[in-house]
Design a binder for this molecule. Sequence first.
Ligand SMILES: *[C@@H]1O[C@H](CO)[C@@H](O)[C@H](O)[C@H]1NC(C)=O
Ligand SMILES: *[C@@H]1O[C@H](CO)[C@@H](O)[C@H](O)[C@H]1NC(C)=O
Ligand SMILES: *[C@@H]1O[C@H](CO)[C@@H](O)[C@H](O)[C@H]1NC(C)=O
Ligand SMILES: *[C@@H]1O[C@H](CO)[C@@H](O)[C@H](O)[C@H]1NC(C)=O
Ligand SMILES: *[C@@H]1O[C@H](CO)[C@@H](O)[C@H](O)[C@H]1NC(C)=O
Ligand SMILES: *[C@@H]1O[C@H](CO)[C@@H](O)[C@H](O)[C@H]1NC(C)=O
Ligand SMILES: *[C@@H]1O[C@H](CO)[C@@H](O)[C@H](O)[C@H]1NC(C)=O
Ligand SMILES: *[C@@H]1O[C@H](CO)[C@@H](O)[C@H](O)[C@H]1NC(C)=O
Ligand SMILES: *[C@@H]1O[C@H](CO)[C@@H](O)[C@H](O)[C@H]1NC(C)=O
Ligand SMILES: *[C@@H]1O[C@H](CO)[C@@H](O)[C@H](O)[C@H]1NC(C)=O
Ligand SMILES: *[C@@H]1O[C@H](CO)[C@@H](O)[C@H](O)[C@H]1NC(C)=O
Ligand SMILES: *[C@@H]1O[C@H](CO)[C@@H](O)[C@H](O)[C@H]1NC(C)=O
Length: 540
Amino acid sequence: MRLISLVLQFLTLGLSIAGLQPAPVHRRDAPNPADLYPEHNISVPIDHFQNESMYSPHSDGMFNLRYFFDASHYKAGGPVIVLQGGETSIVGRLPYLQKGIVAQLAAATNGIGVILEHRYYGTSMPTANLSTENYRFLTTEQALADQAYFSRNIVFPGLEHLNLTAPGTAHIAYGGSYAGAFVAFLRIQYPDIYWGAISSSGVTEAIYDFWEYYEAHRKYAPPDCVQTQERLINVMDNILNSGDNETIDAFKSAFNASSFTYNDDFANTMSLSFGLWQGLNWDPAVSDPSFYYYCGNITNNSVLFNNSDLASSASEWIESGGWGNESSALTNRMLNFIGWSKAAYVDGVNNLDARYGAHNASAAKYTDKSLSNYGSLSWAYQYCTEWGYLQSGSTVPQNLLSLISRLVSIPYNMLVCNYAFGIYGPPDVDRVNKYGGFNISYPRLAIIGGEADPWRAASPLATLDMPDRLNDTSTVSEPIILIGGLAVHHWDENGLFPNETTTELPPAPVRDAQAQLAQSVQAWMMEWQQHCIVEPGSCN
Ligand SMILES: *[C@@H]1O[C@H](CO)[C@@H](O)[C@H](O)[C@H]1NC(C)=O
Ligand SMILES: *[C@@H]1O[C@H](CO)[C@@H](O)[C@H](O)[C@H]1NC(C)=O
Ligand SMILES: *[C@@H]1O[C@H](CO)[C@@H](O)[C@H](O)[C@H]1NC(C)=O
Ligand SMILES: *[C@@H]1O[C@H](CO)[C@@H](O)[C@H](O)[C@H]1NC(C)=O
Ligand SMILES: *[C@@H]1O[C@H](CO)[C@@H](O)[C@H](O)[C@H]1NC(C)=O
Ligand SMILES: *[C@@H]1O[C@H](CO)[C@@H](O)[C@H](O)[C@H]1NC(C)=O
Ligand SMILES: *[C@@H]1O[C@H](CO)[C@@H](O)[C@H](O)[C@H]1NC(C)=O
Ligand SMILES: *[C@@H]1O[C@H](CO)[C@@H](O)[C@H](O)[C@H]1NC(C)=O
Ligand SMILES: *[C@@H]1O[C@H](CO)[C@@H](O)[C@H](O)[C@H]1NC(C)=O
Ligand SMILES: *[C@@H]1O[C@H](CO)[C@@H](O)[C@H](O)[C@H]1NC(C)=O
Ligand SMILES: *[C@@H]1O[C@H](CO)[C@@H](O)[C@H](O)[C@H]1NC(C)=O
Ligand SMILES: *[C@@H]1O[C@H](CO)[C@@H](O)[C@H](O)[C@H]1NC(C)=O
């Protein structure tokens, strides 16, 4: 899932902030997965629920749902392992088919790996445009029905001689983040179609006001960085709330950001950096290390930017912002915060309102209903109607210092719902929480996630702080795995070729977690073979 208040590519909940992306490390010797796997479509119904009035007017049409597959590990009797792509184009998920979790599970079980797109993302569009009326077919239950339909009907090109449909063939689902919750629901809603599922960082509890998002940072990020962030954000908020327009203007102009019309847009932008935590990964070729650069900058006691002329102003702001007792320690850090944020978000942007602002109801990100704008609209529609996860600063309990500005409020985060879809009320979280929320469980449903994942607070692992509780509840049928080593978001999903591994990579917690998943799916396949013997004729 995306960090909704950020400039995201989300929701793998992944994010991308202009100017801070490290140059990707290319491993030139391995083939580009986009050249290995041709694109395919399966035709699926637009409306799986002809009886339900919420989908009226109904459609009896079909649309192309995209998928990629790899049968190179397949041997007779092996499963079909379907990775649900979730809220993005699946092209970015292809490395998981080539060398990530799907390749690993397929190799361990002689399976076929599949990456399946979600309706209203990538090229899998049920409607001709993204008008709000056309979005009526974008619900979690319709998308779950797509994946069940896929498994009941799939005939893989080149393998037409094999009947690989469910339930005669074992189908196993994998998903991370939103897709992690999705596959858990899939196992429960379609137990006869999906033999097992792995829910990685699965956000099975939909939460309207998700202020807890940043609590993982508070607990696991470097303490000096957390303390500094708490104070700098508090100073900023106290200035912006002071009513002293002269000081507010001077403060904004230190970032060269006076042109922000709305102070909440300014405050939201200057809060973005802390969200970079989620972009960390154990694989340096995948990780965005910017969070640590940011921390390195705001905790450095020397002025790192050419803005020491602002030092006396900075100390006055710290004083009037309530932290005068620490102003000698905070002044240079404030200058570094200003310098870093200016370089990251302001420099080179000629219209700050247009780039970061949420208040313009006629902005193209809200009003452009063409299919190509799905990145701005589709996940927003899903969280405005069903999932929530508004990452607010305003509702952080008053006994805590918020790690993002308190000007980032629920109404502020709702502006996209207001302007893009005319939605003003909270989402109907019951539509997804009915599957079990935090307490979701089912035979052959694996729950896995990172200890330091901000999304853990919306997952079944939220309350599993005690390692001994894990050991008590984890079984082969229902493994519960908390990945240590400061693991963040679905760190079990990406992998390395055998010739790329070293003693450090993958790190032991990830290597062990992936091995445990492979063993679990192998055990599930032994149960499958039993089932085929006990119920003759039930397997192809
Ligand atoms: C590593 O393995 C991959 C997959 O088998 C292969 O494509 C690549 O060429 C190998 N790299 C080297 C350096 O051998
Ligand atoms: C899959 O469907 C999309 C959307 O209809 C289309 O653009 C694309 O060409 C199709 N791909 C193939 C291989 O048929
Ligand atoms: C419509 O509802 C009826 C009665 O509840 C049910 O038997 C039937 O299967 C439903 N049809 C569809 C397409 O869902
Ligand atoms: C969207 O498509 C519908 C038909 O599905 C059409 O009636 C409507 O005018 C289109 N709206 C936009 C904004 O393109
Ligand atoms: C494939 O197997 C299923 C049972 O799992 C059966 O219902 C279906 O008719 C078979 N399809 C073909 C094309 O034989
Ligand atoms: C300060 O600025 C706000 C917003 O621009 C404005 O509404 C208010 O009247 C100003 N206050 C003073 C004292 O000028
Ligand atoms: C400050 O941030 C820059 C830009 O991200 C980074 O290159 C540099 O290493 C950081 N400095 C420190 C001391 O962390
Ligand atoms: C502060 O930044 C400077 C310049 O980048 C660097 O040389 C120094 O090591 C940093 N100090 C700390 C404590 O990181
Ligand atoms: C540093 O900033 C001052 C203005 O505050 C400017 O005059 C000077 O040219 C800048 N120096 C560099 C090296 O950019
Ligand atoms: C400064 O004051 C704040 C309360 O306003 C307090 O929380 C903090 O601990 C004080 N810092 C020091 C170094 O005493
Ligand atoms: C401030 O922003 C303006 C407008 O984008 C730009 O022209 C100017 O160079 C910037 N000044 C600094 C010091 O970055
Ligand atoms: C839980 O299991 C792990 C791995 O088997 C083991 O290392 C750890 O000591 C166990 N913890 C407790 C509290 O029993």
